[in-house]
Design a protein around this ligand. Structure first.
Ligand SMILES: [Zn+2]
Length: 80
């Protein structure tokens, strides 16, 4: 619907490359995906909704990651 506008979809900062996010949020997104893979390896198949719900309650989860979690919770189709 909305094409590339060159702004992070979360914080509206300029994006650095062919991404939907600024470098900070792109890095957090990489960490989030790695984290989900790690949970799946450690615990078996973890539902994405479960992962997000637990992650957002962990004190060690960073603010950038929590912003991403909210973003994907609102628009789960963006997670692929
Ligand atoms: Zn951003």
């Amino acid at each position: 619907m909305n094409g590339k506008i060159g702004r992070c979809e979360i914080c509206q900062l300029e994006i650095a490359s062919d991404s939907s996010f600024c470098p900070t949020h792109a890095r957090a997104a990489d960490n989030l995906r790695e984290g989900y893979d790690a949970w799946n390896r450690a615990l078996g198949a973890v539902l994405l909704a479960t992962f997000f719900a637990r992650l957002s309650k962990l004190p060690e989860t960073g603010d950038r990651v929590k912003e991403l979690v909210r973003f994907y919770q609102n628009d789960p189709n963006r997670w692929r």
